[in-house]
Design a protein around this ligand. Structure first.
Ligand code: DHB
Ligand code: MG
Length: 222
């Protein structure tokens, strides 16, 4: 049991998820509806959804920005972390995804706490300037644009804002310095920005869960 064979790590992930996350009808219904609507099964793993939820609670977040809604699986986790007057603003480029997300959020009972903005995030984000700052930003959209999204996370946040970037491991391909894969290039550019841009302090951890081998970056706006 000392090597992380696929069998072994899947067993550990199921054990963690069964023990600490549990099975939630609204979240399971959201995944089922997303699947039935033909959306890809690329929502975060249950243990990762709960990580987002806990990070939001640990940081006392009241205003959360999500870039990339998909079917709102992570959005439900985030919305549930907020006080009654809290707000999630989530941006989704595909109107079909946004419709699935809206139904899932309403079914989960958190719909009134969530604004879905349909549009390309790079165009939507500038329109959010001038509001109260966001306390947590979750970046989970087209990886090619991660540096744009990080820039807006810093601009729309404040010192103390928590920024989480999904999918930074990409099955290990992130460590390939010679890659030409646009999504990996975007991911690497985002990680380099987290290292170089004085507005951030960050780390990244690999994840091995229901979604395979990937990773999350966690940053603080300083
Ligand atoms: C992809 C995107 C995601 O956000 C994710 O969690 C997994 C995969 C993708 O585009 O392949
Ligand atoms: Mg993702």
């Amino acid at each position: 049991m000392s090597e992380p064979t696929e069998d072994a790590w899947q067993r550990v992930d199921r054990y963690f998820a069964d023990t600490l996350v549990g099975h939630d009808p609204a979240l399971q219904a959201a995944v089922a509806a997303q699947h039935a609507a033909g959306l890809p099964a690329i929502e975060v793993a249950p243990v990762n959804g709960k990580l987002l939820h806990l990070l939001a609670r640990m940081s006392g977040a009241r205003r959360v920005l999500e870039i990339g809604t998909l079917g709102a699986y992570s959005t439900i986790w985030l919305a549930r972390s907020l006080p009654a007057d809290g707000r999630v603003v989530t941006i989704e480029a595909e109107p079909h995804n946004a419709a699935v997300a809206r139904a899932n959020l309403d079914r989960a009972g958190v719909g009134e706490r969530v604004d879905i903005i349909v549009g390309r995030a790079a165009e939507v984000l500038p329109t959010l300037a001038g509001q109260d700052p966001f306390d947590l930003v979750f970046i989970d959209a087209d990886k090619e644009s991660n540096t744009i999204y990080l820039d807006w996370a810093a601009r729309l946040g404040r010192p103390g804002t928590v920024v989480v970037v999904d999918n930074v491991g990409r099955g290990g391909r992130v460590a390939d310095a010679d890659t030409t894969e646009p999504q990996v290039l975007g991911t690497r550019a985002g990680l380099q920005m987290l290292a170089d841009d004085p507005r951030f302090d960050a780390t990244a951890i690999q994840t091995l869960d229901a979604k395979g081998w990937d990773g999350v970056a966690i940053a603080l706006v300083v």
